[in-house]
Ligand binder design. Structure first.
Ligand code: 6R9
Length: 646
């Protein structure tokens, strides 16, 4: 529908930008040639209690793998997001909260947020929370989620946020993995007019977590909840009773700030650990440069705080920069498909950051719901979470942005803490579908399967050559897994798990995961997790899960299921298995398609040939490749014959 073409920086934008292309190149070169000097300078952008004298101490050598930045400095992340702004912008709005119901909203100034955080910090201390303790947060998108994160940071506790869409089992697994003995939740969440039973889920999860002895409950909907005497506490009651004077705890730069669980190709989700100093420097610097944030602007990232995008670009980056950050409780299609743009008009949003899956879903509804709004406040649009197809990029640019707003397609990961490959608005010429060029301090490397570096225009596995301050430091409780996952496939470099193409202009085009991770609506899912949920069902003998192309979600979940001997596949059982996976993991893991498989294609050593299953699911049977090494080549014919995705 749209003619896809490149977009050189328009002259008027170039005029107001802080850098030009040559300026970017110069600064980029300095950052790569002399990272110590570069980061020594840019580390100063945040407030340190004790300034650092050391900048970087990194080894990617598997026998002594460590990553440290600014490590003799001390600071407090919450003080950087709050206290440092009080003198100059105490009365400026820090958070605009927009509720699920368009009639519900709230503005919270930096002074108010500081007071709320101090009170809750004291309440947490009264409940026994100490520096280094892990605090699980299972909250909807309400200001108390920001308060809870910052209160943890203020007292030196390590927060672990679990997305509100996860099931009791998934919540329990995360509480156990990080040995957390306190959960902060709400009575219920509210999304798209429907309630989410967060307290009920928490109660269920805690049946399997005997060491978790404290629950704080935010009253969101007022729905009736079970209350366990001695264990459960109302958030408002403990905050009311607490003093609003709470000095920030002095933290080492390398003290943990948070854990965030994310899916990998094998095993259970990993607890990605981020520390304080480098993360804050990197989150704040990328937020400022990538979104060209200017004082007084309203900035809106539509992510949930349960994902890394919410951590870095709703809370820590924007608040460290003294920005006004909008927090949205709802969904793009409630009450109608115009909601995003109505919210932009209502709050004068200048910078809007969302995911391709949302753009594609809205695009399908036509231009009407967009055109009925003004959107004249919009200046910059952003995209994150998955590759954006050029058609969706064009629609975002032409229809949403009225051809006026540059789009920053930002590539990064939970592990990277902040954006690594991205255009800079007014600086980088844009190509729809490309994340363009690396951020300062980031050196992307494309390697082939043998770790041979591929130069020039090429395609292969995306690695990063050296460290950047926002990088994860370890997998919580399993440093060996950290080394195994990211530093052994291609020794000496960080391996992202993504495939990537570099074109003749040096632009990067992310092609998607090259491992067994699928990206469903921008959410990462390990196929192994869905498989283990399926085989936990007593009628399932074996299961293999792959991704397949899906118009809206980017990738859908395609499951091949072998039932126990003697069982007849039925429609009812199919539905039962979908419900089962939702219960085991959460709605985001629901299989879109389940195919009954009398057998799975395996090598003679018993390995499932996922390559073949991916091809069948994608309807590419002509490209099945060599199947002669299979133990039973005939199973492939049956699978092709009965595929679901016709
Ligand atoms: C921030 C976030 C990371 C994976 C990543 C990649 C995909 C993210 C992308 C993108 C193409 C982009 N991804 N941004 N692919 N273009 N702009 O999403 O973190 O949830 O850990 O997912 O998402 O495959 O490896 P996370």
């Amino acid at each position: 529908m749209w003619e896809v073409h490149d977009f050189p920086v328009p002259a008027d934008l170039a005029k107001t930008a802080h850098l030009d292309a040559a300026g970017y190149e110069k600064m980029y070169r300095e950052s790569i040639e002399n990272p110590e000097a570069f980061w020594a300078e840019h580390g100063k952008r945040i407030d340190w209690i004790k300034p650092y004298s050391k900048v970087k101490d990194v080894s990617y050598d598997a026998s002594d793998l460590h990553i440290k930045w600014f490590h003799d400095g001390t600071l407090n992340a919450a003080a950087n997001c709050l206290d440092r702004h009080l003198a100059e912008r105490g009365d400026q709005v820090a958070i605009i909260w927009e509720g699920d119901d368009p009639k519900d909203d709230k503005k919270i100034t930096y002074r108010e947020l500081h007071r709320d955080v101090c009170k809750f910090s004291n309440a947490l201390k009264d409940l026994g929370v100490k520096k280094g303790d892990r605090v699980t947060i299972y909250l909807p998108m309400i200001p108390e989620a920001a308060v809870a994160m910052l209160a943890c940071a203020r007292v030196g506790a390590v927060h672990s946020i679990v997305f509100g869409g996860f099931s009791p089992d998934a919540l329990a697994g995360r509480i156990q993995d990080c040995d957390s003995n306190i959960v902060i939740t709400a009575d219920e969440g509210l999304r798209g007019g429907r309630t989410v039973p967060l307290k009920v889920n928490t109660d269920k999860a805690l049946e399997d977590c005997p060491d978790c002895k404290t629950v704080v409950v935010v009253k969101r909907t007022g729905g009736s909840v079970n209350f366990v005497e001695g264990r459960d506490h109302w958030y408002h009651e403990i905050c009311d009773a607490a003093s609003d004077d709470c000095p920030p705890t002095e933290m080492g730069a390398e003290d943990p700030l948070f854990i965030l669980y994310t899916s990998g190709s094998t095993g259970k989700p990993k607890g990605v650990l981020h520390t304080t100093g480098g993360y804050m420097v990197y989150a704040s610097m990328t937020h400022q440069y990538v979104f060209d944030y200017r004082d007084g602007e309203i900035y809106w990232c539509t992510a949930d705080v349960g994902w890394v995008t919410g951590h870095s670009y709703i809370i820590y980056g924007p608040l460290a920069n003294g920005a006004t950050t909008l927090m949205f409780e709802g969904v793009p299609n409630y009450p109608d498909f115009s909601r995003f743009w109505q919210v932009c008009d209502k709050h004068n949003v200048s910078i809007f950051y969302t995911a391709p899956t949302a753009i594609r879903a809205l695009m399908r509804e036509g231009d009407g719901p967009v055109k009925s709004t003004s959107r004249k406040s919009l200046r910059i649009l952003g995209s994150v979470g998955e590759p954006i197809n050029p058609e969706a990029w064009m629609w975002y640019h032409e229809v949403v942005g009225d051809k006026r707003c540059p789009i920053v397609d930002t590539w990064w990961q939970t592990e990277t803490g902040g954006i690594l490959i991205t255009p800079l608005p007014g600086v980088t010429n844009l190509k729809p579908g490309s994340a363009t060029l690396p951020f300062f301090g980031v050196e992307p490397i494309i390697v082939d399967g043998d770790n041979k570096v591929l130069e020039g225009a090429t395609e292969g596995n995306l690695c990063i050559q050296d460290s950047w301050p926002g990088q994860m430091r370890t997998v919580y409780g399993d440093h060996e897994r950290f080394i195994q996952t990211y530093f052994t496939t291609f020794p000496g470099r960080y391996f992202s798990g993504d495939g990537c193409r570099r074109d003749e202009d040096g632009y990067y085009w992310i092609t998607g995961r090259v491992d067994d991770v699928i990206n469903v609506s921008g959410h990462r899912m390990g196929t192994a997790e869905v498989e283990s949920a399926l085989v936990a069902h007593d009628k399932v003998a074996e299961a293999a899960v792959v991704g397949y192309p899906h118009d809206i979600k980017g990738q859908g979940i395609y499951a091949y299921v072998t039932l126990n001997a003697g069982l007849e596949p039925t429609e009812e059982l199919r539905k039962e298995l979908v419900t089962w996976v939702r219960k085991e993991i959460g709605p985001i893991a629901s299989p879109d398609l389940i195919q009954w498989a009398p057998g799975l294609p395996k090598t003679r050593s018993g390995k499932i040939m996922r390559r073949i299953l991916r091809k069948i699911a994608a309807n590419e049977h002509d490209a099945l490749g060599d199947t002669s090494t299979l133990a039973e080549p005939a199973v492939v014919d049956d699978l092709v014959e009965n595929r679901m995705n016709k």
